[in-house]
Design a protein around this ligand. Structure first.
Ligand SMILES: Nc1ncnc2c1ncn2[C@@H]1O[C@H](COP(=O)(O)OP(=O)(O)O)[C@@H](O)[C@H]1O
Ligand SMILES: [Mg+2]
Length: 390
């Protein structure tokens, strides 16, 4: 059974569609797809904001997102607004988002102190999952701004971070909860000096076994980190505990909203084995969590020119041999190239079909591989047109 085509324009035109989330493994075209969908929606009359993560420099340039302050949505030039729509774009700035959370959650003095903490900078930049948490936070903020009617947008399109796993974004709130409830954080959360604080834990935690383990942890951490650093880490965790406590609540609210009507996930993949396996995993997970999946986007696909699509690989090969024998070398070479492309296209289609298996409930859309990177509004428009056509 072949998968259904994607009724993209019906989805974009439906005023009930309020949030689109582009997810998938790294490098498959999430950022491109998010920007392309946003351009098309805006040109069809929606007031749109797109939150990009790690756009290539040239795409960022085209979206007007190159110099400082690109975390706040800016209007994008070059988008047709004839239908009454508009497009704003922003880049996810995890550090700025976290700073703002800290400012909101703590009194000014403590907020400043926390942000000066030498460990804070590295945590903000590299803490596993920070990007996902902050993407969820920004999505929540942009949605709220849309719902309140204060913002010039009513449709939010989000790109997701280039995570190890495409599921990380969905898992972020729960993972943060587990982190906050974790043993290490519980230990570090205790106020007082590191040595006394950690040494005091065992009695509170209970049990002799635990006591010897935590005692060991304290000693090791003290040794590895050094007293001053350990104090910094501890102060950081105490501060972030308050910040993340409120944040996690909002993140859970946002992720719950993603399961409600009006939100749709777009799973982006390349037509090759690894990406397809990840996409299948993601489709299964979305289905299990009852998160609404709009479509599977097969990006950078081999697509034959419409006029030549009917000519199969075998037939093209036979014709090439005939032409070669007659001395028409150039025409023969073109036909051989066509035969090769037709084979690749067929193999890609089979791979996608193989992936879908019992997942053919998801609509499939294809965007052709372009000869050059997608880095301007014109190319984004063409990618979106591919998706709407397939
Ligand atoms: N259909 C396409 N044709 C040609 N290049 C593409 C296409 N889709 C994406 N690209 C390019 O591939 C690179 C990775 O795409 P990107 O959207 O940044 O992926 P991701 O966000 O998933 O990491 C970018 O340089 C982009 O311009
Ligand atoms: Mg990206």
């Amino acid at each position: 059974m072949t998968a259904a085509a994607w009724a993209l324009d019906a989805l974009l035109d439906d005023p009930a569609t309020r949030t689109l989330i582009c997810c998938g493994s790294g490098g498959v075209g999430k950022t491109t797809t998010a920007a392309a969908l946003a351009v098309r929606a805006a040109e069809r009359g929606r007031r749109v904001v797109v939150l990009t993560v790690d756009p290539s420099r040239r795409l960022a340039q085209a979206l007007g997102l190159v110099d400082g302050g690109t975390a706040e949505p800016r209007p994008v030039a070059g988008v047709s607004t004839g239908a009454g729509g508009s497009l704003h774009a922003a880049v996810l700035d995890a550090r700025a988002t976290l700073d703002a959370l800290v400012d909101d959650a703590l009194p000014p003095e403590r907020a400043a102190q926390l942000k000066r903490n030498p460990v804070y900078g590295s945590v903000a930049g590299s803490f596993s999952g920070t990007q996902e948490y902050m993407a969820m936070e920004r999505l929540g903020q942009l949605r709220e701004a849309a719902l309140s009617g204060e913002a010039p947008w009513e449709l939010v399109v989000v790109d997701t971070p280039p995570s190890r796993s495409a599921l990380d974004f969905i898992d972020a709130p729960a993972r943060l909860g587990r982190f906050l409830d974790g043993r290490l954080v519980t230990l570090l959360r205790r106020p007082s000096t590191p040595r006394a604080g950690l040494a005091a834990v065992p009695a509170a935690v209970a049990g002799r076994v635990t006591s010897s383990i935590t005692g060991g942890v304290a000693a090791v951490m003290d040794k590895v980190l050094g007293g001053a650093l350990l104090r910094d880490v501890q102060a950081l965790v105490q501060g972030l505990d308050v910040v993340f406590g409120g944040f996690q609540q909002r993140a859970l609210t946002t992720s719950a909203a993603l399961a409600a009507p009006g939100s749709a996930f777009v799973v982006v993949t390349a037509a090759e084995a690894d990406a397809l396996a990840e996409a299948r995993f993601l489709l299964e997970r979305l289905a299990r969590d009852r998160l609404p999946t709009a479509a599977l986007v097969v990006n950078r696909a081999t697509v034959l020119a419409p006029g030549a699509a009917h000519l199969g690989a075998e037939e093209a090969g036979r014709l090439a041999a005939v032409l070669e024998a007659a001395g028409h070398d150039r025409a023969a070479a073109l036909l051989r190239l066509h035969a090769e492309l037709a084979l690749t296209a067929a193999a890609e289609a089979a791979a996608v079909q193989g992936l879908l298996g019992d997942h053919d409930a998801a609509a499939v859309a294809t965007a052709a591989a372009r000869p050059v990177d997608v880095h301007d509004v014109v190319a984004l428009r063409e990618v979106a047109a591919d998706l709407a056509r397939s």
